[in-house]
Design a protein around this ligand. Structure first.
Ligand code: ADP
Ligand code: MG
Length: 338
């Protein structure tokens, strides 16, 4: 069973094509992280699922129901999706318990509300009002409220963007655990690659309204389809093929570069953890950035290309030191468009 299916979905706002022929599936119980830069269509995709606006082409299915195909357009309240947004839209004049029970339209509302508050660890706050809660607490309540009517799919649109870094990782992990324990499939929108890598069973990368890659976090991080995905998912250096010999072991790993990449404009993507620095010659440490647990060195290769290299903080190297850049055994460069 699939929880959600997008089949060639297009959505326009005037001349802007916000979703451009998007096809995508989410399996039951799966959490899909949807990432991409601002304006790429993430919120439009969620709103299309929720039924906040109709799409202009294609079909959206939730479970085995068509919810939008241009003819059928199920209203939002009949789609059985839960929504959590960045700006936690709790009702200010309702208590926490009443907020959570709000979407349950029968006499189980109170019981269900307390059940959900227990799930998110907010039972003690049931009688409070939204303005008496911290940002993280409000997001837990928003989650409880979205879960109370037993949605078939949860949609989260940058739900933690307003929380500070430490709190955010904790609330994020709690939310993911709750989604998993209730076996609720979810689309989790974020513009943060760390969030995406941490929460997604799979990641879909969106660019200009198009899905450019869908895969597990490991696939998307280590085998990006292009340079855009490579850069978006994490820090990387790009070494032109012509300079491959400047990194020790790189040319060996590639075999014959000419055979691998006939096009001269292609490059090798190297993550900072791909490169080790050894005593030697041929490269020089140009810059050192302290990151707490590690140093990140920028190393200038003989041909003028630069790579980055992470190194434990206990083994610092001075800027200006001559070194040899070595491909770490087991790491393989990815070939991308130059
Ligand atoms: P994201 O959530 O990835 O930042 P959005 O889905 O909000 O991106 O927007 C995608 C594109 O569609 C942008 O170019 C945005 O300006 C446009 N857009 C979104 N909503 C509307 C709207 N209601 N009216 C006009 N243009 C819109
Ligand atoms: Mg958005």
């Amino acid at each position: 069973m699939t929880a959600l299916q997008f089949d060639h979905v297009t959505k326009r706002f005037g001349k802007v094509v916000a979703l451009d022929d998007v096809s995508l599936e989410i399996a039951d119980h799966e959490i899909l992280a949807l990432v991409g830069p601002s304006g790429c269509g993430k919120s439009t995709l969620l709103r299309s699922i929720a039924g906040i606006h109709p799409v202009d082409g294609g079909t959206i299915r939730l479970g085995d129901r068509v919810v939008d195909d241009g003819r059928v357009q199920l209203p939002p309240e009949r789609r059985r999706v839960g929504l959590v947004f960045q700006e936690h839209a709790l009702f200010p004049h309702l208590s926490v318990a009443d907020n959570v029970g709000f979407g349950v339209r029968d006499d189980t509302a109170t019981a269900r509300s307390y059940e959900m508050l227990e799930l998110v660890g907010m039972t003690d706050y049931a009688e409070r009002f939204p303005h008496e809660l911290s940002g993280g607490e409000r997001q837990r309540v928003a989650l409880a409220r979205a879960l109370a009517p037993r949605p078939e799919l949860m949609l989260l649109d940058e739900p933690f963007a307003s929380l500070d870094t430490n709190l955010r990782a904790r609330v994020r992990d709690d939310v993911v655990e709750i989604l998993r324990s209730t076996r609720t499939p979810a689309v989790f929108v974020t513009h943060d690659q760390h969030d995406a890598l941490a929460v997604g069973d799979r990641i879909a990368v969106l660019r200009g309204g198009r899905v450019v890659q869908v895969g597990t976090p490991v696939e998307v991080f280590h085998r990006p389809v292009d340079r855009f995905v490579a850069s978006f998912m994490g820090e990387a250096s790009y070494v032109p093929f012509a300079d491959a010999a400047d990194v020790s072991g790189l040319a060996d790993d590639l075999g014959d570069p000419a055979a691998v990449a006939p096009a001269a404009d292609r490059a090798l993507m190297l993550r900072p953890d791909d490169i080790v620095l050894e005593p030697g010659d041929g490269a020089v440490v140009e810059h050192a950035e302290f990151r707490g647990t590690v140093w990140c060195y920028t190393v200038l290769l003989a041909n003028g290309a630069r790579v980055k290299s992470l190194r434990n903080h206990l083994e610092p190297v001075e800027v200006g030191t001559r070194v040899r850049a070595v491909l770490r055994p087991g790491h393989h460069p990815v070939i991308v468009d130059g």
